[in-house]
Structure formats: C-alpha cells, structure tokens
Design a protein around this ligand. Structure first.
Ligand code: AMP
Ligand code: MG
Length: 487
C-alpha cells in the first residue's frame, strides 16, 4: 500500500446549488474491496490531482464515491430524454453521481462524475451497477477519441468494487470515474421544459451559456444563440465521428451534450468494413443509430432541444418556432462543410471550397469502399503510401482493380500531400476484436492486453514498430460484432 497522503480535491457543488430542482443529493454504494484497474495519470495531473494520492486507500474510496471531501455534495442529476424516439420525462442518473466540479490546471471547470456507483432514485428497474468490461470499454474508447482530437468526456480511472454484478452471468463490478466539461444534455433541457417551470428553464439556459457558449449571453436572444452554438458544436462533432468511422450506438437525446463532447460510450464501436448501414448495438434492432444515420439523428435531437427552448426564444410561440426552424435549417450545411473539409484533409487535398472534381472524387470513393467492403481506416493510411508512389497497399484492399486504379489516377493528378494525410489518418483505432480481447482478459484478471491497447490508441497517428497487430484488420473469423447495452 502506498504511503502517499490522501488526495486533496476542491470539489464545488455548483450544479447542486444552481439547479437544485435537477439534483438529488445521494451517496455511492459501498464497495467491499476496491482495486484500481487503470488510472489516467496524465489526466490526473491536468486536473491538479496527485496520481500517487489517488492510488491510496482514501484515493480509491474517492474514485468509487464512498469517501468524498468535506463540503462536497454528490448528486444524481435529473434529465429526461427520447430513447429510440420515445419520450421519457424522467430518466436521470440511475447508476451515476456527479461528485462536483473542479477547476483544472488551465482554469477550466470540469465535472468529476462516477458511473456504476449504485442505485439512485432514478434507477427504475436497474441495479445501479456496472461491470468491469463496459467501464473499461468506455475508458479505452473515450481516451482513443481524445487522442484522435475528437471532443469527448475523459476517463480518469476504473476501480473494481469487489462486488459481483448479475448480467447474463455474474461479472465483477466496477466504477468508472470520468471527467466532462459538463454533463448538461439535450435531455436536461427537456426535463426542465417538461416541469413547466420557465424560471428553471431560464436558469438552466444561463448555466449552459456561462459554461459552454459564453458569447451567447450578449446575443439579442441568448436562448436562440445557445441553440445555434450547440448546433454548430454537434454538427462538427458528428462530422468527426463519421470521418473516423465511429458508431455511438445510443444517440438518445439524454446522450447528446450541450458542450459538443461525445458522452456515454455504451454499445459503441469503430467500423471495420465501410458500410453506412452498420449497427453494433444488440438493442438497436431497427437500425435507428446505424453509422450512416448519425447526422440525421443529431439533427433530430437538436430539434428536440429547440422545442425545449421555445418559451425562451420568443414570447409569441409561432415566432419562436419560425426562428428555431430557421436555425435548425443550417445544420445540414454546417455538417456537410465540416465533413467535406475533413474528407479533403484525409485525401491530402488542400483546404478550400468544394469543387466538382473533389466532390465527384469523394462520392466515387465511397461507392468503391462500400462495394468491396474495404476497411476505411486501413485504406486511408495506405493511401498515404500511394501518395508517396506505392499504390500496392491500396490495390490489395480492392476486388475492383480497374475501379480503384482509375480513381487513384484522378486523385494523384491533384498532387496529394502525404505528410498532411499521416497527421489526420490514424494508424491505431480501438478495433472491435482488440477491445473485446482486452476486456475479456481484464474481466479474468489480466490487464496486460488493456494496457497495450491503450498505449497504441493513445498516439494514433504515430506508427511504431511492434504494434503491427493493432493496425491490422480483424481476423476473418471475428464475425459480426455486437455489443450489449445496459451492462
Ligand atoms: P445509458 O443508455 O447508459 O445512457 O442509460 C440510460 C438510462 O438508464 C440512464 O437514466 C441511466 O442512468 C439508466 N441506467 C442504465 N443502466 C442502469 C443500471 N444498471 N441501473 C440503473 N440505471 C441504469
Ligand atoms: Mg446516458
């Protein structure tokens, strides 16, 4: 056991104080035998927390929520949400707690939050718990997303609780400690709106503006400006997801943030073969949250945010709807601009407005990738080699050789920049078979595969010797990948 002093962390209780109607003070469940599985030391340092102190008994008790600093007020947050299209006015943190907010080394306010910390008044039929595997999945994938430069909640630690969790079988339980620029969601606004308390909705709006989009405070209609800022952040976020082949899996409105960070990694995964219809979640039987649907779903979720904000947009509701519809109408253009710019960068083409040549090039590429079930991540990296003159790695990925040869000739005529491509096309993503391998081993007590995977995905653009299997496609026998929600 470490002899370092217990961690000192100055946790504010801002959310609890500013929005008490949406905060239920609550305590974490006991963890019989806390054991640290993984600690994010660089993130701890960024937060001003001493990693050695987090490894002590007192540190582990903080990370599972059973010993919080004096004056801290852990709360379960109330929110509503559309789940797979159906509205639930009362969801809330059923198995999570906001420990409070802290100011990081750069002066930014960050939420410190626990997932898997026991039943709360929002637990409904759930047990309030989480298993080691899914909490480690969130840890790995969120840290990979961060390393890819994609806005996301971060993961500070996963601590096994020593308490078994009943799923299909008995599994070891764990708590994830995560950090977010806030946990405000579209569902938070839907909750406030559904209470009918316009003062609450106004305070929530003021909190969100101050925390995430401060320029909106000076606009003629701050609530409308907030909506426009969230729309811009989500358009950019989902474009980034699409460019790396990320499938969130549960894009319910309670999993759509106001900050524009990716949140709540459940049945999420990265595409292997490129196919817009890809679904990984075992509960998404209708394919609502398929890879290719994500931009449209984000727009739909933003429409729900606009509805919640209507009373603050204009006293006259018809006028409010008009303004909201006009703002929402800009989503598609913003999304497309972000996606096209990202695609140009992935192809090594200079930044600039879309022209007919590059638009046709991109459209034709997507058809070629989909037809031959090509792994997009491997393709884009191989394309860097092609830009340097070696086209064979790309050609190996295709059956339609005439098609790809013709495409490569058109593309090379545009003089792509290979070095620029290597800076935006990752070598290492958390591939599904590697994630499964790491989680299975960790559940059985072997953390080595998890740490090797984390090492690979923490520097995704930087190809290193010895990590070849982390850059390779899934073995042919890996089969159709499914992940399970609510575990
Ligand atoms: P999620 O799909 O993880 O975003 O969760 C959706 C809702 O279900 C949230 O209100 C969660 O707090 C709740 N929830 C998920 N799993 C559990 C569980 N095991 N126990 C209690 N509540 C849960
Ligand atoms: Mg959620």
């Amino acid at each position: 056991m470490s002899v370092a002093p217990a961690p000192t962390v100055a946790l504010q209780g801002r959310f609890a104080r500013e929005l008490p109607e949406m905060a239920v003070p609550w305590q974490a469940a006991e963890a019989p035998a806390p054991e640290l599985l993984v600690l994010n030391e660089p993130l701890a340092a960024e937060l001003g927390l001493d990693p050695a102190a987090l490894r002590t008994d007192a540190g582990l008790r903080l990370l599972v929520g059973t010993a919080v600093p004096d004056g801290a007020t852990p709360v379960a947050q109330a929110y509503a949400g559309h789940q797979f299209g159906g509205f639930n006015p009362r969801l809330g943190d059923g198995r999570a707690l906001l420990l409070g907010e802290l100011v990081d080394g750069a002066g930014r306010l960050r939420d410190l939050h626990l997932k898997g910390s026991g039943r709360t008044p929002f637990a409904r039929g759930g047990d309030g718990l989480a298993a080691v595997g899914p909490m480690l999945r969130e840890y790995v994938v969120s840290e990979a997303m961060h390393a890819l430069g994609i806005p996301t909640t971060r993961s500070l630690a996963v601590v096994a609780t020593g308490r078994p969790v009943r799923r299909e079988t008995l599994l070891p339980g764990a708590v994830l400690a995560r950090v977010a620029s806030s946990h405000l969601r579209v569902g938070s606004f839907q909750y406030a709106r559904a209470t009918g308390d316009v003062d609450l909705l106004r305070r929530l709006t003021d909190v969100a503006i101050a925390r995430h989009h401060p320029a909106a405070a000076d606009a003629d209609v701050p609530a409308l400006a907030l909506f426009e800022a969230v729309l811009a952040a989500q358009a950019s976020l989902v474009a980034r997801w699409m460019l790396v082949g990320f499938v969130h899996g549960v894009m319910n409105t309670d999993n759509t943030t106001i900050s524009g960070e990716t949140i709540d990694y459940g049945p999420c995964a990265f595409l292997d073969a490129f196919d817009p219809a890809t679904v990984y979640s075992s509960i998404d039987t209708g394919g609502r949250y398929a890879y290719g649907n994500q931009p449209v779903v984000a727009e739909w979720n933003l429409a729900r945010l606009a509805e919640a904000l209507l009373p603050l947009i204009d006293e006259e509701q018809e006028r409010a709807v008009e303004l909201a519809v006009e703002a929402l109408g800009r989503f598609r253009g913003q999304y497309s601009a972000a996606w096209s710019a990202g695609m140009r960068a992935k192809l090594g083409l200079p930044d600039g407005p879309d022209d007919e040549v590059s638009t046709a090039l991109v459209d034709d590429l997507l058809v070629l990738l989909q037809t031959d079930h090509v792994d997009g991540t491997i393709f884009h990296r191989a394309l860097g080699a092609a830009a340097r003159g070696d086209v064979e790695p790309v050609r190996l990925l295709f059956l339609d050789l005439a098609g790809i040869d013709g495409w490569l000739a058109r593309w090379r005529a545009l003089a792509p920049d290979a070095d620029a491509m290597d800076r935006v096309n990752p070598v290492y993503i958390p591939r599904n078979h590697l994630v499964e391998e790491a989680l299975t081993a960790a559940t059985d007590g072997d953390l080595a595969p998890l740490h090797r995977l984390l090492e690979a995905v923490s520097a995704p653009f930087d190809e290193r010797p010895g990590l070849e299997r982390y850059a390779a496609a899934a073995p042919a026998d890996f089969g159709a990948y499914r992940t399970f929600c609510g575990t």
